[in-house]
Write a protein that binds this ligand. Structure first.
Ligand SMILES: [Zn+2]
Length: 695
């Protein structure tokens, strides 16, 4: 693409950059969507650079303003700064995830340090902070409305949490700590990558040792063996798609043990890939950082910014769910032991046996075969099913648009309108894997809702997934997991579409432990029999999914949830324990983990989902925050119950409140305050326990 454009330029067709770079002037497309047909690789870097330059000028204008700091000349000016940078970033980073190339990655590497340095120049700008602080300290005298006051407080907090209030020497200490933390984090991740992908494989030479495995698992293992230079043999790795099927189906108990122990010992082999000393140093540096910033522990520093507010609240919550989860897990363990005994196995169930006997138990209890479901989940039908739910709840409609530029021929665009036909925003859907697409599923945006001079600019959101492709003879048929994923991401999309507020800093900005409420609640509708009857139709016959299958699907939802909940909570508590140091400590890392797990009476058949030397989440962005998914699940289960309680899962009155207080205005106040406005009472844990079959 680069070469072609260069050729055009050389023959004189291309105009100067300023005139042809679509980022540098207003888009002229319908709804001002990004003109993908005009955006070329060479437009990004100049647009990023211009965007940085513009925001730098805007910030300079704020700090050089001779007038006393006010909401308008400081907070609002900052809030509205950096428009061009936001505009080009939204397109570039979306496409770098959904449709990247070596050229895009090269641009990303070139631009990252520049953008980071630019952001640091703003967040560490002393003069800017002094103006923000002045507004903050005078905010009660300034006749600000509630939203303006909250915006001031959020900006002030952001700066303070970054160390803006520290003395020069303490700032220097903080910078050193951050520097060390980022280096240690990289090293931890690199070690883990080697420990997962290189340092351990299970090589099988004797076909007898494949006993129990289906042909597709064996075939995949043969391909893996080739990659590792073991032609003609079979290789299983510590990657979950390779390991889990082996644990589920291999009849060779000693090999299950070998593979699972390889997994459990990652980063803990006392060699150059060992992560124990690294994680201890990270925990200690974070304890120092928390102290510098005025908190007792790092967990306090993180959670004070969340809905839960205090580590105690999180511990209490986790322990409350843990108790029934342990009971359910013990119950399943006993049922599996009974199978072992019945089969004449003369041993006690161990951690590496769990998956294998869970599969036997699943077959005994539900007899549900995933392949029975798939024909009912044609992608287009599932999509229409989720649109149907949104129409029932919020009265919005979805109209396919084929007149807008798209970045890949497979992308679909829908215009979202409210019940009166007014434009709400646009939704881009991009379903299938491609070589340039990152794995997983996510919801992003090409444009965030905002206000310009009092006028609303509508959002453009995207859902990107990696779902099964259609074949020559069958349309795209989804697995149950993919169905739930689509509804989940659609929930994030609705959040983006409905967000409404004049200040970018707070509009749509909900605390971390609330982010998954809008998404996870949509999963509840996906599995309601009444909704399944609308979208789950056989792709060949059009026959609606039979009741018996719906029932099996519903029952299987709670299967093995004791195990899943226990291993998740164990990891969440381990995370909190590592971030509860009030000062640096010298501990034996594995002994610390064992004691932590003994305190919660973790059963020996279950390990925390992540053990300390390979708990990458807590090294990265989820430090003292691994709990957030389950916390949000309390909210989504309780919120969905608000509908159920009325006897109508599409109750418009409840939907209207949810839309207003959570989706549109969720960032306007503390998470719990917004939740109370919606629900009228604090969330109860009961619906979650019931959904997980723990009660
Ligand atoms: Zn999500």
């Amino acid at each position: 693409m680069f070469a072609i454009m260069f050729g055009l330029g050389a023959t004189g067709f291309a105009q100067s950059n300023q005139e042809t770079n679509p980022f540098l002037s207003e888009y002229t497309t319908p709804f001002k969507v990004p003109p993908f047909h005009l955006i070329k690789l060479e437009h990004y870097i100049p647009a990023f650079e211009k965007g940085i330059e513009e925001q730098k000028k805007e910030v300079d204008a704020i700090i050089n303003n001779p007038k006393a700091p006010t909401f308008e000349n400081t907070i609002l000016a900052l809030d509205k700064s950096g428009r061009l940078l936001t505009k080009v970033s939204a397109v570039f980073y979306s496409l770098n995830g959904a449709e990247t190339s070596p050229e895009m990655q090269k641009i990303a590497r070139e631009i990252a340090p520049k953008v980071t340095a630019h952001r640091d120049n703003i967040s560490l700008n002393e003069k800017l902070f002094q103006r923000i602080k002045s507004v903050y300290e005078n905010r009660d005298k300034m006749k600000l409305n509630a939203l303006q006051k909250r915006t001031v407080e959020r900006y002030y907090d952001d700066f303070v949490r970054n160390g803006a209030n520290l003395s020069e020497s303490d700032k220097e200490k903080l910078r050193e700590i951050n520097q060390k933390l980022s280096q240690l984090g990289l090293k931890f991740g690199e070690n883990l990558l080697d420990e997962t992908n290189k340092n351990f494989i299970l090589v099988i030479e004797n076909p007898d040792d494949l006993d129990g495995l289906s042909q597709d698992i064996i075939d995949a293992a043969a391909i893996t063996a080739k990659q590792f230079g073991h032609d003609g043999k079979w290789v299983f790795t510590l990657q979950k798609p390779s390991m889990i099927p082996f644990l589920q189906y291999s009849k060779k108990r000693e090999l299950r043990e070998k593979l699972y122990m390889g997994y459990l010992m990652r980063g803990n082999n006392n060699d150059k890939f060992d992560n124990k000393a690294i994680i201890l140093e990270i925990a200690n540096l974070r304890a120092q950082k928390a102290k510098l910033l005025g908190y007792n522990t790092f967990a306090e520093y993180v959670i004070s910014n969340n809905m839960a507010k205090t580590p105690e609240a999180v511990y209490n919550f986790l322990n409350e769910v843990l108790e029934p989860a342990l009971k359910a897990a013990e119950h399943d363990r006993d049922a599996m032991q009974a199978i072992i005994d019945r089969e004449g196995g003369n041993f006690k169930l161990a951690a590496w046996d769990w998956w294998y006997y869970a599969e036997k138990l699943r077959k005994e209890k539900y007899d549900l075969d995933e392949s029975e479901l798939k024909p009912y989940f044609m992608l287009d039908n599932v999509r229409d099913g989720m649109f149907y739910v949104a129409t029932q709840l919020y009265g919005i409609t979805f109209t396919k648009r084929t007149d807008l530029p798209i970045y890949h021929p497979e992308v679909e665009v829908f215009e979202v309108k409210d019940s009166k036909g007014k434009h709400v925003g646009l939704l881009y859907l991009d379903y299938h894997p491609r070589p340039g697409k990152r794995v997983g599923a996510w919801c992003g945006r090409f444009r965030q809702q905002t206000y310009e001079n009092g006028k609303k600019i509508t959002p453009i959101v995207t859902i990107v997934t990696n779902f099964t492709r259609p074949t020559a003879t069958t349309p795209a048929l989804l697995t149950w997991d993919e169905v739930e994923t689509l509804f989940h991401e659609f929930g994030h999309a609705l959040h983006g579409l409905f967000t409404d507020g004049p200040y970018d800093r707070i509009a749509g900005s909900v605390p971390r432990d609330m982010v998954e409420l809008p998404s996870q609640i949509m999963e509840h509708w996906s599995r309601q029999p009444q909704v399944l009857k609308v979208y789950a139709k056989h792709y060949q016959t059009g026959e609606v999914i039979p009741d018996a299958l719906v029932e099996k699907l519903q029952l299987s939802q709670t299967f093995n949830q004791g195990f899943a909940t226990v291993e998740y909570i164990a990891a969440s508590i381990l995370d909190l324990d590592w971030h509860s140091f009030t000062e640096p400590r010298q501990v034996d890392v594995m002994q610390f983990e064992n004691e932590s797990m003994q305190r919660i009476n973790l059963m020996p058949e279950i390990y925390p989902r992540y053990r300390t030397p390979y708990f990458n989440h807590i090294v990265g962005g989820y430090a003292a925050g691994y709990y957030v998914y389950l916390w949000a699940e309390v909210l989504d289960s309780d919120a969905f119950n608000a509908f159920v309680e009325t006897g109508n899962i599409f109750n418009r009155e409840v939907a209207e409140k949810f839309r207003k207080h959570i989706l549109s205005e969720g960032g306007n106040d503390d998470g719990m305050v917004q939740y109370l406005k919606f629900r009228g009472k604090a969330p109860s844990i009961e619906p979650l326990l019931k959904n997980r079959g723990l009660k």
